[in-house]
Design a protein around this ligand. Structure first.
Ligand code: SF4
Length: 110
């Protein structure tokens, strides 16, 4: 899984769709997650197949379900979800949430 560990300048890899005013929060969240991962690595998504967190369309839901369960026990779940929300990660499981769940969370956050 790709997690933000190398943050050049004020850029967050993979998030070109962010508006300029959204980028500082995403950069801060990425830096926080990267620091947490330095402390707790390896976490589950770093040692299991990427396809569990980024399943192909039309495939079995079992790997995704397993990923969500592993995220629930991950020591950096909160930082991971905070990053995914701030960076508007639109694909994959982050912090134990699906893209649809994150969309709902963003809509529910004032
Ligand atoms: S919460 Fe899940 S996706 Fe995030 S770092 Fe942990 S195992 Fe990986």
């Amino acid at each position: 899984m790709t997690v933000p560990g190398d943050i050049p300048g004020d850029d967050v890899p993979g998030t070109p769709h962010l508006l300029p005013h959204q980028r500082p929060a995403a950069v801060r969240a990425a830096a926080h997650l990267a620091a947490q991962l330095e402390t707790y690595a390896p976490v589950a998504c770093q040692v299991r197949p990427d396809t569990w967190w980024f399943p192909e369309r039309g495939g079995s839901s079992e790997p995704q379900t397993a990923a969500i369960h592993l995220c629930a026990a991950c020591p950096v779940t909160t930082a991971c979800l905070d990053y995914a929300l701030a960076a508007d990660e639109r694909f994959g499981i982050w912090g134990g949430t699906t893209p649809t769940q994150r969309t709902t969370l963003r809509k529910d956050t004032p």
